[in-house]
Design a protein around this ligand. Sequence first.
Ligand code: DQA
Length: 146
Amino acid sequence: MMKIMVINGPNLNLLGGREPEIYGQTTLADIVSSLKEKAEQLNCTIIDRQSNHEGEIIDWIHDAKNDCAGLLLNAGAYTHYSYAIRDAISSVQVPTIEIHLSNIYARESFRHTSVLAEVAVGQITGLGSKGYELGLEGLLHYLRGE
Ligand code: DQA
């Protein structure tokens, strides 16, 4: 079965309690469990990871090359400035969809730039926790060449 890696970056372990007016009340555990259900319907398996550390995220992106067909990535604030994460994605060439719960373009100006967007297949921003499921559908659509 096709494996998809899902990586959540810094502060996303706090979802549910973290600025709920921006990020919603759904916890990361809830997001991952709904995503796993969705994955079952779509005939794929989710490998989920979360870290507050840039290097760990980079190591997982490298790992994805070995056995994952694609990557869903919410890199949190690293989105806006981590050239190292961007280079990891372009180095492994694992098709990646960038996810954000909030609409990064409707917030502070430092969030309007994503250094990952150029190396991603696409981006989903502003649709809350539903964005992960939509990202999974979109990624499979892309990978299956539909
Ligand atoms: C985020 C948006 C980022 O700007 C922020 O730093 C996050 C979460 C989102 O999911 O909306 O940590 O990626």
